[in-house]
Design a protein around this ligand. Sequence first.
Ligand SMILES: [Zn+2]
Length: 145
Amino acid sequence: MSAPDLVTPCPSCGARNRVPRGGRGRLRCAACHADLPWLVEADDHTFDEAVVRSKLPVLVDVWAQWCGPCRAIAPVVEQLSRDMAGRLKVVKVDADRSPAVSRRHDVRAIPTLLLWRDGAEAARTVGAVPAAQLRTWVESALGAP
Ligand SMILES: [Zn+2]
């Protein structure tokens, strides 16, 4: 059983929207059609659905509860999901609960951030990165819109 879908209020009109893990396009408000921040969790069983099959570029945050640097970058990653709504999906993967993701994608340290585009890894960065640097890295990995 997968976890139930989350619900998020629309930043533009306040309507409450379901936040599915998968889905091929952008996440838009059902009421006003504004782009919504898209941040979900995935694990060994849902990584393909959430990341590999996404049409939107995906920032994958591989983290763990006990990892201090992971907690330091978590708010930065969440802010990116808001600032880049409609351009970027953010998927958080708990390394302890998702050993196969780390094995398959050669994640050897956390935090590791993967940038996926069109079903393949396009870039990665390892370790805690300052907020401004992380944003610049994502922007350059996404390239021109
Ligand atoms: Zn709305």
